[in-house]
Design a protein around this ligand. Sequence first.
Ligand SMILES: Cc1cc2nc3c(=O)[nH]c(=O)nc-3n(C[C@H](O)[C@H](O)[C@H](O)COP(=O)(O)OP(=O)(O)OC[C@H]3O[C@@H](n4cnc5c(N)ncnc54)[C@H](O)[C@@H]3O)c2cc1C
Length: 380
Amino acid sequence: MDFNYTDTQVQIAEMIRDFANKNIRPQMMEWDENQKFPVDLFRKMGELGLMGVLVPTEYGGSGLSYFEYVTVVSEIAKVCGSIGLSVAAHNSLCTGHILYFGNEEQKKKYLPKLATGEWIGAWGLTEANTGSDAGNMRCVATKEGDEWVLNGTKNWITHGISGDAAVVLARTGEPRAKSNITAFVVDRGTPGFSAGKKENKLGMRASETAELVFDNCRISDAQRLGEVGDGFRQAMKVLDGGRISIAALSLGIAKGAYEASIKYAKERYQFDQPIANFQAISFKLADMATKIEASELLIYQAADLKNRNEKMTKESAMAKYYASEVAVQVSTDAVQIFGGYGYTKDFPVEKFYRDSKLCTIGEGTSEIQKLVISRSVLQQ
Ligand SMILES: Cc1cc2nc3c(=O)[nH]c(=O)nc-3n(C[C@H](O)[C@H](O)[C@H](O)COP(=O)(O)OP(=O)(O)OC[C@H]3O[C@@H](n4cnc5c(N)ncnc54)[C@H](O)[C@@H]3O)c2cc1C
C-alpha cells in the first residue's frame, strides 16, 4: 500500500494554493457576507481543469482519478468551504450524473460545456418535504406524446439560480411504487423552468442554494437520462461518488482550521508563554491531527475502490460520516483555541466553524450515513 501523494496530486495542490491565494482568499469574506456566488471564478477554475476533474479528456475534461479529485476539493476547502462545496456539487452531481448515465449525444452536448466551466451544473433531488426520504418526491414528469411535462419544486439546490443545466429527478410512477423515478436534464431558459427562493444560510454562504420550479415545463424525450424508472438507482450511485467529495470538503475544512490553530497556538502568549505549552491546548491539537489523518485514510480507501470501479457504498458513507463529524469537531476546537478572536470575522476559524456544519447534512445526513453503513454491516 502506497500512502504517498502522486506527483499530479502534489502539482495540483501547489496550483490551487497559488490560485486560491490570488483569487479566493482576498474576496471570500465579502462573498460570504453578501452571499455572493462568484460565477466568474468558476469560469477561471474551468480554464484550470477544476470543473471537469473526472471527465475524460475526449469530452473536454481533465481525465483524472478520484485521488486527484479529493486533492482538488480539499485544497480549495482549506481556504473556502463555499467554493469547495460548489466545485464538489458541480463535478460530482450534475456533471457526474451525465457522465455515468447520459447517452453519447447527451455527453457530447453537455460535458464539454460543464467540464470547461462555460456552464455551471445543478442537480435536483431534494424537495421541501422529502430530504432523507428522497424517494417520496412530489415533483412529477408526465409523458405526453414525445414530450415530458414537469411539475413541482426542488429545494436546497446548489446553483439553483446560476445553473445553466440541471439534472432533475422526477416521479414517473405511483407514489412509493418501485422504479417510479426518472432522471432528466433541463436547460436554463426552458419555458416553465425557473429559479425560486434563494436560501439565507448559516455557512457556505458563497455557494448558491435555491429552489428549482417546474410549472408545466415541456422537454423532449431526448432530455431523459437513462431508462424510465431508473432515476432513484442512478441518484444513489451518483451520491456514492458525491459523498467522497463531501468527505474531501470536510477534510479541507478540518485541515484549514487545524493549520490556523497550530500557528495561533505558537504565536498567542498568555501567562508569559505560548498557549501551545498548555496541555489543554496541545492535546486538542493532537486530537485534531489524529482525526484528520484517520479521515484522510477513510477517504482514500473509498477513492481507491471507486477508481477500481468496485462497490464502495459503505466505504463512501463511512468516509463522509466520519470526515464531516471531524470537520465540525476540529473547527469547534479551533474557535476555542483562538478564544475571543475565534469568535470574530477577523480570523479564519469562525468561517470554518460555520461552513463545517453543512458537511454533516448535505448529500445525506450523518444519521443517513449510519443507516447505510449499518445496513451494509448487517447485510440487510
Ligand atoms: C447548503 C445545502 C446544499 C444542498 N445542495 C443540494 C443539491 O444540490 N441537490 C439536492 O438535491 N439537495 C441538496 N441539499 C439537500 C440536502 O441533501 C438535504 O438537506 C439532506 O439530504 C437532508 O434532508 P432534509 O434537509 O430534508 O432533512 P430531513 O430528511 O428532514 O432530516 C431531518 C433530521 O431527521 C433525521 N432523519 C431523517 N430520516 C431519518 C431516519 N430514517 N433515521 C434517522 N434519522 C433520520 C436526519 O438525519 C435529520 O437529522 C442541500 C442542502 C444544503 C443545506
